[in-house]
Structures are given as structure tokens and as C-alpha cells.
Design a protein around this ligand. Structure first.
Ligand SMILES: [Zn+2]
Length: 126
């Protein structure tokens, strides 16, 4: 017997609700208590969320997104001959800090939504 309930929520809806940092089940309750610390239980619908552990999938997805952004900007700079070491420093270093910080929270939410919709919880089934 599984400890989660779908109540007609599909995979895409669960991921979109996670992207908005909301509970994948109801779309109302907050998914995070801090910047990245997920809540144990949804404050609105009571869905247990603490057991959905994204683990190393989170850095993998974030690094993939960041690498694509950085590579696109580097290619654009190289092809338009704007590449000097100072411009690289001024553009790419802040970009490589800002982009991960901007995407890590919604990506973690989306991954929790994915895990929730598939019932992939670390909690023991009761
Ligand atoms: Zn909820």
C-alpha cells in the first residue's frame, strides 16, 4: 500500500506545481520551509513531503541547465568577437553564480513533484 495520494493529479501538473514551489498534490501549500529545505508535511492538504529525496539528481539537473546557459553565452561572445578576458570575467563569473541560485529552487520543486507523482518516497510504506 502506498503512502501518497494522487487524487487525479497528473505528472505534468505535479511538476508545474513543484516549479512554482508549491505542494504537488494541492498546489496551495508551500513546498519549502527555507531556501531549499522542504517541508515534512503540506500545511494545506497534509500530504507528507519529507520523504521525497531528490538527492544527486538536483545538482545533475542544475549543472546541466547552467552549463547550457554558460556555453550559449560563451559561444555568442566568441562568434561575435567580444571575447576578452575582462569581459569573460565580468559576464561569466556572475552568470555562473546567479543562474544556479535562480534555478535550484524551482528545479528541486519540479523534481519533488516528479517523485511525488511516481510515488518514489524514501519513507517506509505503512
Ligand atoms: Zn498540499
Amino acid at each position: 500500500m502506498r503512502t501518497f495520494e494522487h487524487r487525479g493529479v497528473g505528472l505534468g501538473t505535479a511538476i508545474l506545481r513543484g516549479l512554482r514551489c508549491r505542494c504537488p498534490r494541492c498546489g496551495e501549500g508551500d513546498l519549502f520551509a527555507g531556501f531549499l529545505q522542504q517541508v515534512d508535511k503540506c500545511s494545506v492538504c497534509g500530504q507528507r513531503l519529507g520523504g521525497f529525496n531528490v538527492g544527486l539528481l538536483l545538482p545533475f539537473v542544475v549543472i546541466t541547465i547552467v552549463a547550457h546557459v554558460i556555453i550559449f553565452v560563451m559561444l555568442d561572445m566568441e562568434l561575435n568577437e567580444r571575447a576578452s578576458p575582462l569581459i569573460y570575467l565580468a559576464v561569466l563569473v556572475p552568470l555562473s553564480v546567479v543562474v544556479p541560485l535562480a534555478v535550484i529552487r524551482p528545479v528541486k520543486g519540479a523534481l519533488i513533484g516528479f517523485l511525488w507523482s511516481r510515488g518514489l518516497s524514501d519513507e517506509l510504506e505503512r
